[in-house]
Design a protein around this ligand. Structure first.
Ligand SMILES: N[C@H](CCC[C@H](N)C(=O)O)C(=O)O
Length: 292
């Protein structure tokens, strides 16, 4: 049944949505298969606004796949309206959404994203495991203005240098090691790193505290959203960075302010596996101004 956005005549569209979160990283999920609506940047910002809209870190759009043998396409928009390549917490919510809404009878699906195919699987215990693909380090694949793909590189930040590990999980991450995530300058340095000139597409900034060789604490200042309570691709990038630095051994428990993920990576050329929860919050309908 085709449900188009209902134009009520008073200059608004009624849009159905589902609110979900992955460890407090929260999403507005839109089913663009049954409701022909994909937000433009201004509409995305409106939906994400925590005062005038629904409020979320990212908007996830469910679409039919365009490639053979693939089940769905998954588009991700940050709260600032920008469309991005990947979202780990969103991938877990994605598979829960399509299963709960009867869009598939599978428990493991293949999903087309801007950065390639991922394979989320809904486990019997309700958690979700996602093959997040192979991490990439070449500067042109991040993109990062550098002539090195070394595990650690200096980055000039104001008057001092910090040491970062640059990793792409389809989306760009710059991860640094700190002694205590609770006192790390996430708000100030996160914003400076996010918009650093050496990251032409901007970047997600991770702050990782090593607890032991199988456990870290992590905070992430996300590109286009600011600090979130959890970041799935950020957890993947931090574990990959820590293993490349010789500080961690797979698997690693990543504790973030919204909760913990289990991340496994067996080394270069291998995919990163992420396991964690996906939570429904509520279903709703919003009146979206048509003129946005
Ligand atoms: N802010 C990210 C997208 C969302 C990633 C995050 N929410 C996750 O769970 O991976 C970016 O601009 O690349």
């Amino acid at each position: 049944m085709w449900l188009f956005p209902r134009h009520t005549g008073e200059g608004v569209m009624k849009i159905r949505f589902t609110k979900m979160h992955g460890l407090g990283n929260d999403f507005v999920v839109l089913d663009a298969i049954s409701q022909r609506f994909v937000p433009n940047p201004a509409q995305a910002r409106y939906l994400a606004d925590r005062h005038f809209g629904v409020g979320c870190d990212q908007i996830l759009v469910v679409e039919k796949a365009t490639l053979p043998g693939i089940d769905f396409r998954y588009r991700i928009f940050n709260a600032d309206g920008g469309e991005v390549e990947q979202c780990g917490n969103g991938a877990r919510c994605f598979v829960r959404y399509v299963v709960d809404h009867g869009l598939t009878n599978k428990r493991e699906i293949k999903v087309e994203t801007r950065s390639g195919i991922i394979a989320p699987r809904l486990e019997d215990n309700g958690e979700v495991t996602v093959d997040m693909g192979v991490p990439r380090f070449a500067p042109n694949e991040i993109p990062f203005i550098s002539d090195s793909d070394a595990a650690v590189q200096p980055l000039r930040l104001g008057a001092h240098d910090i040491d970062i590990s640059v990793v792409s999980m389809g989306n760009p991450h710059a991860v640094q090691v700190v002694s205590d995530v609770n006192t790390a300058p996430v708000a100030v340095e996160g914003a400076m790193i996010e918009s650093h000139e050496y990251f032409p597409q901007r970047v997600n900034a991770g702050f990782m505290q090593v607890v032991d060789r199988h456990a870290i604490r992590l905070r992430v200042y996300e590109r286009g959203a600011g600090e979130t309570l959890a970041c799935g691709t950020g957890a993947c990038a931090a574990v990959v960075a820590g293993i490349r630095r010789g500080l961690l051994d797979s698997p690693v428990r990543v504790s973030m302010r919204g909760g913990a993920l289990s991340i496994a990576w067996n080394g270069p050329g291998q995919p990163v596996l992420m396991t964690g929860p996906a939570t429904n919050v509520f279903e709703g309908e919003i009146e979206l101004p048509e003129e946005l």
